[in-house]
Design a protein around this ligand. Structure first.
Ligand SMILES: [Zn+2]
Length: 405
């Protein structure tokens, strides 16, 4: 990556302004966290942020799935055809149900509230970015558009629905972003450039059932599920550390003295390598078929039925630590006095990475823990550092004369 402004001194006063706005930023973050946004029902929070962006002068649109979007264009006339944009994403949704009490409690420097960090922090940072990118000093230096996108359906069974839709629509318009940055949760040094892919399956075995003595040869779904679990445990040992497979839930049987009619197991498979994910899935399918055959062989007329239902499917992908986008993020990290750390995670960045678009995920400052639990907390002690890193990175990507894919 090369930059036009050798020194970034012009950015210094702008960053100082935002350091002085910490109380306001934190207020936004708390208000966002207190607006419920369960996966699949993000509209109230989306409307709030849409309003906020409109208030600072952006033209804001929503797409069919509910993503909130705006585009910041360079003030100067840019080369034709226009350079491909940089896209910044932050997810709107939380893992919490609509009836989860979103109560804020303070204890020392910690603020407790479900969703306060994940992704209250990332969304508050998007409010700041929307304002920073509107500044004439920034727009005058932009070499490419910056798309800001608040996504729905990132968490759990949302399956990255919002990000998937956005990149599908972009591809349909012939748009291939040059880089994507997901802003997710607290943090000021990690750079996620390995997207952990996952597949979550429910495997259901069904049979005719019967009396455990009188129908002793009737194929038993619980036996098939058990054989599967034992074989998957061996597969898990053989797959680590490149792939992880775990049976995470199981259920089966109806009566103490009856051969069950049904059993199911839930499976979580993960890897950073798409090929590994595929081979593990293929192996699990073979294990399932074998278990069904073995459990049914004495009574083939009553053979077990088996269905595999996909509960989740997140694509894997990666760029290496010498990729220009990772180097740009590392340089923004060092500029704020932190040491960059590589990380892998499952975020909105999975979608672009799986499609060959360079992407990373970063935090938006501060520290926190217990994400996805009612005890989630956030500490803003060094919150300005990570926020400054995010601003520096996005501005650097927008103003770089050339960005290598
Ligand atoms: Zn998140």
């Amino acid at each position: 990556m090369t930059t036009t402004d050798s020194g970034k001194n012009w950015l210094t006063p702008l960053l100082a302004t935002w350091r002085a706005q910490r109380a306001w930023i934190l207020e936004q973050q708390v208000a966002i966290a207190r607006t419920a946004a369960p996966t699949g029902n993000e509209s109230e929070r989306a409307a709030r942020l849409q309003q906020d962006w409109r208030h600072c002068g952006h033209v804001v649109t929503r797409d069919g799935v509910g993503n909130v979007m705006t585009r910041v264009t360079p003030a100067m006339s840019v080369a034709r055809p226009a350079p491909e944009p940089v896209v910044c994403l932050a997810h709107l949704d939380t893992v919490f149900h609509a009836d989860e009490p979103l109560v804020v409690r303070r204890d020392g420097t910690r603020i407790y509230c479900p969703g306060i960090g994940d992704n209250g922090r990332g969304l508050a940072a998007m409010s700041v970015l929307a304002r920073v990118l509107q500044q004439p000093a920034v727009r005058a230096r932009l070499h490419r558009p910056i798309e800001l996108v608040l996504t729905v359906g990132e968490e759990g069974e949302g399956n990255l629905r919002g990000a998937t839709q956005w990149f599908d629509d972009a591809a349909a318009r012939g748009l291939m972003p040059v880089a994507a940055v997901a802003i997710d949760g607290p943090g000021d040094c990690t750079i996620v450039h390995h997207a952990v892919g996952s597949r979550r399956w429910r495997i259901t075995f069904t049979g005719v059932g019967g009396h455990s003595w009188a129908n002793a040869l009737t194929p038993n779904p619980v036996h098939a599920a058990g054989a599967c679990i034992a074989a998957i445990a061996r597969l898990a040992d053989a797959s680590r550390p490149l792939g992880v497979v775990a049976v995470t839930r199981m259920h089966g049987g109806e009566h103490l003295t009856g051969i069950p009619t049904q059993a199911w197991i839930d499976l979580d498979m993960r890897s950073r390598d798409p090929t590994r994910l595929r081979t593990m899935s293929d192996e699990v399918e073979r294990i399932v078929m074998r278990a069904v055959r073995d459990a049914s062989h004495q009574q083939p007329a009553q053979a077990l039925q088996c269905t595999i239902t996909t509960l989740g499917d997140r694509p894997a992908g990666m760029i290496d630590d010498q990729h220009p986008l990772v180097l740009a993020a590392a340089s923004a990290t060092r500029a704020v006095g932190r040491e960059p750390q590589s990380a892998s995670a499952s975020t909105d960045a999975n979608v672009p990475l799986s499609r060959g678009i360079p992407a990373i995920a970063i935090g938006a400052g501060g520290t926190g823990s217990a994400a996805h639990t009612a005890n989630e907390w956030y500490d803003d002690t060094d919150g300005d550092i990570g926020l400054e890193r995010a601003i520096r990175l996005v501005v650097a990507l927008g103003t770089a004369e050339r960005l290598a894919r």
